[in-house]
Design a protein around this ligand. Structure first.
Ligand code: 13P
Ligand code: SF4
Length: 304
């Protein structure tokens, strides 16, 4: 008898541990295929909180697992590779945010979900790429806004809402690799194909796009568009899901260079190891958790 496959061992252990496997849209194809739920950061946080599972194996980057831990304090949240981290989330620190707030008394501090729990605890409200515009548009108009850490997402929302916003100078190194010249070259090769890009892209790239969407928004766009070819400006891991769900359509990356090395650290073997060893547990000190979760919950209420 042949030894059970990695997938079969993961499935058996998952049942034994009463675990659920969540994977972000940028994960390796093999990890997405083994997951119970694949989604964008907002969808995954919500599903983590709503899941009846006792253990959440979070295949994504550190801040995503931490957000799940914030929202599901009674559950065990495991990140299979501990140093799978988002460099943009590390570009803002709590002390720096406190200094900025002191310089702008009366301002509302909005933190992108790509932040540490310590930074979320300093924010009044959170947002994701899926709801940033709705969250900002719902804020009182007589107060300025401090937005962190993504200057490009911030600039895009500022242009959409016309709000006064001070932007933290962070950015996503992966999305910053997508350039306007890549969009123009691909358009020439595929005339008429719609261009969809993530709001973490540079302003000159979002300005060229037909739609600016979170990864979850791109999944819906791909399903609904009558176009047979779509040009996709985001981390290339999303292409696996778009192609699997829409076999009759062609998805072309704006550039193949948009790879997030941290999103590629988790392999199937690590998912099995996480379930075997129950490592690495992601926890948040309670005094930080209560303040951080309040800004996440305000987001959920504002964007509902
Ligand atoms: P989404 O919330 O759109 O999935 O984006 C998360 C992210 O890290 C984008 O780089
Ligand atoms: Fe962070 Fe960018 Fe990677 Fe998303 S793609 S996890 S923002 S580094």
């Amino acid at each position: 008898m042949s030894a059970p496959s990695l997938e079969a061992r993961i499935a058996a252990l998952k049942r034994e541990r009463r675990a659920v496997i969540l994977a972000h849209n940028y994960q390796l194809g093999e990890v997405q295929d083994a997951a119970d739920i694949v989604g964008d950061s907002l969808e995954l946080s919500r599903r983590a909180a709503a899941s009846p599972a006792e253990v959440i194996v979070f295949c994504g980057v550190h801040f995503m697992a931490e957000t799940a831990a914030l929202l599901a304090p009674g559950k065990t949240v495991l990140l299979p590779v501990l140093d799978a981290d988002c460099p943009m989330a590390r570009m803002a620190d709590a002390a720096g945010v406190r200094r900025l707030k002191a310089e702008h008394p009366g301002a509302i501090t909005v933190g992108y979900v790509n932040t540490t729990a310590e930074v979320k605890a300093e924010c009044d409200i959170c947002c994701t790429s899926a709801n940033a515009e709705a969250v900002i548009a719902a804020l009182p108009r007589d107060r300025p806004i401090l937005f962190l850490p993504d200057q490009y997402l911030g600039a895009w929302v500022r242009a959409r809402t016309g709000r006064e916003m001070v932007l933290w100078p962070g950015y996503c190194p992966t999305h910053a690799r997508i350039l306007a010249q890549h969009v123009l070259a691909r358009r020439e090769q595929h005339p008429g194909a719609p261009v969809i890009v993530h709001p973490e892209c540079r302003p000159e790239v979002t300005a060229l796009a037909d739609a600016v969407l979170s990864t979850g928004g791109m999944v819906r766009f791909a399903r609904e568009t009558p176009a047979r070819e779509v040009l996709v400006g985001t981390e290339i891991g999303l292409l696996h899901r778009l192609r699997r769900e829409n076999p009759g359509k062609l998805f072309i990356p704006v550039t193949e260079q948009a790879i997030c090395p941290n999103m590629k650290k988790i392999e199937l073997e690590h998912v099995l190891q996480a379930l075997e060893s129950m490592e690495h547990r992601i926890t948040v000190p309670e005094e930080i958790r209560v303040r951080a979760v309040a800004s996440v919950e305000r987001m959920v209420a504002a964007a509902a």
